[in-house]
Design a protein around this ligand. Structure first.
Ligand code: KG4
Ligand code: ZN
Length: 352
């Protein structure tokens, strides 16, 4: 006996190949993730062609592992869900094609899910009760930085978003400038623990007084100049007087801590602004890779308390890209009669 529909979720939007089995939208029976970090590390970022090829090679064994770990067979599945937008088109296509084939062969519904909205769902996984709505949502990841108002899991409106880099991208770029290996976000977070976050006064982007948008390009440039010096513009391309090898371990830690303070304070500033404007909100939903950040995780409970909100901060295993959040959100689309058919498309852009 199961407590509700059993859904297989697939996720292949970027560089994690993932499959999960989730029952009744909350009970995670398996959550398998094959990271491709080692394939992209030497290039310092995700190479789309390599990512699609790796998804194609890994998806079948990852699905098999997810079914085995959950103790189910294909015949037990009530639906197949897939993150079909946004992401790298070649990567998305692998998951979407696999989900269509499975759903068609099994004769079960196919459910397409927005990857960014699914990040907002991550904190509801394994939880004893769902959050109340309306809610304010924050997605902070390598590809997205945005604030939402949710009337329900399926009624999501974007209030603001980054106008340039995503916060996770800024973490990865700052880490690279400091000489930390890819992907740098978690490593920069660890290094920041040992530094003085007031050593450098990096800019916290505010934009217009009422704006809920984010900007990380100024902070990225400030860190670049702090590490390498002001560029020399004589003949040809501008040159930097030094690089991270000129820094002591202490300098690096201070730069990491100061960057992290500015990057996370900018998130908290906009989130606070959004909460002030959404006085009827009952819950605060947070997701995306940067929700694993220690400074952000430390600050959020106090902010939620101040506004009387039920904070849903995902367990670490659901912060980064995963398929449990896809299968979980798909449960609600399925229940609302919003399943898709075999015309479902992979779409590189976000819906809202
Ligand atoms: O959600 P995710 O797996 O992929 C996207 O949908 O983009 O997020 C990955 C991002 C990377 O930029 C990574 O550096 C960042 O999340 N990240 C962190 C931490 N852990 C992961 N950034 C800051 N601090 C962390 N602890
Ligand atoms: Zn993501």
């Amino acid at each position: 006996m199961t407590a509700g529909p059993v859904i297989l979720g697939l996720e292949s939007s970027c560089d994690e190949t993932a499959a999960a089995v989730v029952e009744a939208g909350v009970r995670v029976r398996s959550n398998v993730i094959a990271s491709q970090d080692e394939l992209h590390a030497e290039f310092g970022g995700v190479v789309p062609e390599i990512a699609s090829r790796a998804h194609a090679e890994r998806l079948t064994p990852v699905v098999r592992a997810a079914l085995d770990e959950a103790g189910v067979t294909l015949a037990d599945l009530d639906a197949v869900a897939v993150g079909h937008r946004p992401g790298l088109i070649g990567s998305l296509l692998v998951g979407v094609a696999a989900a269509k084939a499975l759903a068609w062969a099994l004769g079960v519904p196919l459910v397409g899910v927005d990857h960014v909205h699914a990040h907002l769902y991550a904190g509801a996984l394994d939880a004893p009760a769902p959050p109340d709505f309306p809610a304010v949502g924050l997605v902070v990841s390598g590809g997205h930085t945005a604030i939402y108002r949710l009337g329900s899991w399926l009624d999501v409106a974007r209030l603001g978003a980054t106008i340039d880099d995503a916060v996770g991208e800024a973490f990865d770029k700052a880490a690279a400038v400091l000489g930390l290996p890819y992907p740098g976000g978690p490593r920069l977070d660890a290094l920041a623990q040992t530094g003085d976050d007031r050593a450098h006064d990096f800019p916290v982007s505010r934009l217009d007084s009422g704006s809920l948008d984010f900007s990380y390009s100024g902070l990225k440039t400030a860190v670049l100049y702090a590490v390498r010096g002001t560029p020399i513009r004589d003949v040809g391309e501008p040159r930097f007087p030094r690089d991270h090898t000129a820094l002591s371990e202490r300098d690096k830690a201070d730069l990491a801590a100061s960057f992290q303070r500015a990057a996370i304070d900018a998130v908290l500033l906009k989130l606070r602004r959004a909460l002030e404007g959404e006085g009827d909100a009952r819950a605060l939903l947070v997701g995306g890779g940067v929700s694993a950040n220690s400074r952000l995780r430390e600050a959020l409970p106090g902010l939620a308390r101040e506004f009387g909100l039920d904070l849903r901060l995902p367990a670490m295993r659901y912060c980064l890209d995963n398929a449990a959040m896809i299968a979980g959100l798909a449960h609600h689309r399925l229940a609302a009669g919003a399943a898709d058919d075999l015309t479902l498309r992979a779409v590189p852009t976000t819906a809202c």
